[in-house]
Design a protein around this ligand. Structure first.
Ligand SMILES: Nc1ncnc2c1ncn2[C@@H]1O[C@H](COP(=O)(O)OP(=O)(O)OP(=O)(O)O)[C@@H](O)[C@H]1O
Length: 618
């Protein structure tokens, strides 16, 4: 009977004076008046629970015996003096609640202590000396509403409770660590306090996982600083680019920034005073002197150049060129190079001296140079009639009516002579000129050509050279990334075609439909293929009447020099030889007539042995 069960249970207790009315002569639930102390009964007078609180009980909680009470739903032994490990209550799988708080229970609670207790709603274990981890089997008690584990010596992390109905989980005053599970974050903060290493809502945020407000503010400030730095860097770069790309019309000092090269020809010239030596950028940090490459001419100082009134001649790819009339008479041209650091100072000076030794009627001679690490100035004599480019493409005026054929022929021949001289004098250079184009062919008072800007490939910065210098626009460089001894011949060929057609070569450098590059030579070829050879010649070219034959031969020579297949392209010797053998017109009438008759053959539009047909324009 239940009487026997409870008396047996009482036997295992010690200090049980409070249970004095528990005796075998009465039934625990028989009569309200004599109901046993601390026994809770159902309506049917069966034992439903034990509420043995505040009785100073000690001894053993005999769970095995209690298993014989089929309707037992609740047990409370709160505020007694029980000690030892937690009773094995999971055997009482129908329990709805149990209260062991305020005793001296100790030791670890087995991890599976609550397994199978599917009806349990309230577990009160607070104010004992339990140690070890919170058993994970608690998370499986699906109906759990209230759990009190506070004021023990529990450690480790709080398991991840997921029960929907949980109303209270108090784990305060233990030694728990880690973060409060999200499912418990809305509970009262006091349920978690007293655990030094516990964090997360409702406690303070965990440092490792969530940044504090201060950290967030610092991060935001840092992002702003970085953004500001990036924006200012972009602004600086844009300003520099803008400065660099200012059109050549802007007034410049010889030390101002190199503007971007434009594809169209710009013959604009402006008078400009360089200002005092102090205000000129050239004077800042200027500790070097002009170095004269020859002894046979009058010397002057850099200051003399800076003091002279200057005219901007133009802005090339490497820097601007200035015309400076010295007080003592001579007129010089100073070209400012920013990007000439391919070699060190010694090699640079050596190369300059080498160029300075070159003397030829068709070369513009280097007079002096100035070396500074970040910029170089090359000084040469001013050449009277400007460049071949300005003569071919500049605005037509009564003073600049357009070059006639005899002059053009003489110019091409002069260029050929200058070129072969460079090949002979600079044999170690694969590309002795390297930058042969019409703006680098200057014309003296008799319209004889003088080559300029030659022999610079070894000293110009490689990147810049590859980007801007004429040699690197050649088919062999475009296709195979290499230059050869015939590369200058190709530039010469383009120059010849430019002189004959009056077309500006850079305007014909295009990517073709098939991916192939087109150039002035391919344009000329296409016109010839259409049998409109006469159409290729410059309409502004005067005095062609007796020169058609030579013009045609020159056209062929130009195309031979522009042959894309290097094997088929003439070498410099052949090119020069063929060009120099072309006859120049003189006052000999016989010559006129023979020349004219040759032209007449072509003007009949018959195909010639060279494969050209020719129709004379008027
Ligand atoms: N010694 C000179 N006498 C007269 N005009 C010159 C002289 N040197 C250069 N020029 C002219 O000054 C202008 C600018 O020349 P610059 O050499 O600076 O540029 P570019 O030849 O157009 O291009 P790049 O820098 O690619 O050579 C050109 O029209 C050029 O013909």
């Amino acid at each position: 009977s239940e009487t026997d069960v409870l008396l047996k249970f009482k036997d295992s207790l010690a200090n049980d004076a409070a249970l004095s009315n528990w005796n075998a002569s009465t039934n625990p639930c028989s009569d309200n008046k004599v109901r046993w102390i601390g026994v809770l009964c159902t309506k049917d007078r069966t034992v439903m629970g034990l509420q043995l609180e505040n009785m100073s009980l000690t001894g053993l909680v005999d769970v095995d015996t209690l298993m014989a009470l089929p309707d037992l739903r609740t047990l409370s032994f709160s505020n007694n003096s029980f000690d030892g490990p937690m009773p094995n209550l999971k055997q009482l799988s129908s329990l709805r609640s149990f209260f062991l708080s305020y005793n001296r229970f100790s030791g670890e609670i087995p991890d599976d202590a609550f397994l199978g207790m599917g009806s349990l709603k309230k577990i009160y274990l607070q104010q004992n000396s339990f140690s070890g981890k919170i058993p994970t089997s608690l998370t499986k008690v699906l109906k759990l509403l209230e759990l009190r584990l506070d004021s023990n010596q529990l450690e480790g992390k709080i398991p991840n409770f997921q029960q929907k109905g949980l109303q209270l989980v108090n784990v305060s005053n233990n030694s728990l660590r880690g973060s409060v599970p999200k499912s418990l974050s809305k509970m009262d903060l006091s349920f978690f306090s007293g655990n030094k290493a516990l964090c997360g809502e409702p406690l303070l945020a965990c440092k490792t996982k969530k940044p504090t407000m201060l950290v967030i503010i610092i991060a935001i400030v840092a992002i702003f600083v970085i953004l500001a730095a990036i924006v200012s860097a972009i602004v600086v770069v844009l300003l520099r680019l803008r400065k660099k790309h200012q059109p050549s019309k802007m007034r410049r000092t010889p030390c101002s920034t190199n503007p971007k090269k434009v594809a169209s020809y710009d013959a604009t010239k402006q008078n400009y005073n360089w200002g005092s030596a102090e205000t000129s950028p050239c004077s800042k940090g200027q500790n070097g002197k002009l170095v004269f490459v020859r002894d046979d001419r009058e010397k002057f100082e850099l200051q003399d150049l800076l003091r002279a009134s200057a005219e901007v001649l133009g802005s090339g790819t490497f820097g601007s060129s200035y015309k400076a009339a010295l007080f003592s008479g001579p007129v010089m041209v100073v070209k400012r190079f920013k990007l000439m650091n391919n070699v060190g100072k010694e090699d640079f000076q050596e190369h300059m001296r080498r160029l300075g030794r070159l003397q030829h009627p068709n070369l513009s001679s280097l007079v002096a140079f100035y070396y500074r690490k970040d910029e170089k100035l090359l000084v040469s004599e001013f050449v009277q009639n400007g460049s071949l480019a300005s003569q071919l493409h500049g605005k037509r005026t009564p003073e600049m009516p357009g070059l006639d054929w005899p002059t053009r022929l003489r110019i091409i021949k002069g260029v050929a002579k200058g070129l072969i001289y460079l090949y002979n004098e600079l044999p170690s250079l694969t590309v002795p000129h390297g930058h042969l184009k019409s703006s680098n062919v200057l014309l003296n008072e008799s319209f004889d050509p003088l080559l300029a800007d030659y022999g610079l490939i070894p000293i110009v910065n490689k990147d810049q050279a590859e980007q801007y210098m004429v040699a690197y626009k050649s088919p062999e460089y475009e296709q195979y990334n290499r230059t050869t001894k015939k590369t200058d011949v190709w530039s010469f060929g383009i120059l010849i075609l430019e002189v004959l057609t009056g077309k500006f070569p850079e305007n014909y450098l295009k990517q073709g439909k098939s991916g192939t590059k087109s150039n002035l030579a391919s344009w000329v070829n296409s016109v010839i293929r259409e049998e409109w050879t006469g159409e290729v010649f410059d309409k502004d070219m005067k005095d062609t009447k007796h020169g058609e034959g030579e013009m045609l031969k020159m056209l062929k020579a130009g195309l031979q020099c522009c042959e894309e297949d290097i094997e088929k392209r003439w070498d410099i010797d052949e090119a020069v030889e063929r060009i120099l053998e072309l006859r120049e017109r003189d006052d000999d009438e016989d010559y006129y007539s023979s020349y004219a008759s040759e032209g007449d053959i072509y003007s009949s539009r018959a195909m010639t042995e060279d494969g050209f047909s020719f129709s004379v324009h008027t």
